[in-house]
Design a binder for this molecule. Sequence first.
Ligand code: IPD
Length: 269
Amino acid sequence: MPSPELSTRLLDLALDVARAGGELALHERPDDLVTDTKSSPTDVVTEMDRATEELLVSRILAQRPDDGILGEEGGERAGSSGIRWVLDPIDGTTNYLYGLPIWAVSVAAECDGVVVAGVVEAPALGRRYLAARGFGAWEERGGQRRRLSASSGTSLAEALVSTGFAYSAERRARQAEDLRGVAPLVRDIRRLGAASIDLAWVGAGYVDAYFESGLHAWDVAAGGLIAEEAGAVVELLPSSLDGGDITLATAPGIHEALSDVLCGLVDST
Ligand code: IPD
């Protein structure tokens, strides 16, 4: 674990670069956004994803040239300091493309492979989420900062559960099957479209749980720490998707029940 001073410095830098990235993506979005596709025809990357990642990387390396980088849009660089930055420049690209406000710049700092600071900057929502390992998690909104605490719910039947889907049609069909098993057992389902916000919102108590299979490190790094620091239980479960664990984040009181349901679905496939 880094010293408290280093954790503070990493969180401050994460805040600084996430804010700058958020401003760029929010204010410089052209009306005729140029797009390209990645793993499938529906897996879109925009010119703003790339421009935002470049901005994040250049700002981080200007301050900390010996750090490593893992960015969704290809920014991968080995470092020598033991610190690696895990970046999703625009998490929720499809929402961003359609002009929906649920997207975020996600910035996390790992120390020797453990996430120690994370920021989820959601400028179109006017909200920012931040956490440092061992120091708690906060939401900033309307000029106010409040400490986050996951919901105190204990009944799966009364839980609001969010989830997400992969870009591959085949994987999405499998995920839809899993959802069929969960939907009848809970209060309701949400599909927000940005994993980092799903996770931060488990921490904020806006949803009681979130699960999704096949996420990448950049989807989970910052939001997972925020959820954990808010008292949520975050774990990886085996999934029926090849090569993709289920990321599960829940309020503590429903963790066992939802984990049992998801593991039962996998066992029955
Ligand atoms: C996606 C979003 C989405 C989740 C997908 C992710 P991206 O990230 O977080 O909510 O369901 O699995 O890939 O592509 O918008 O950065």
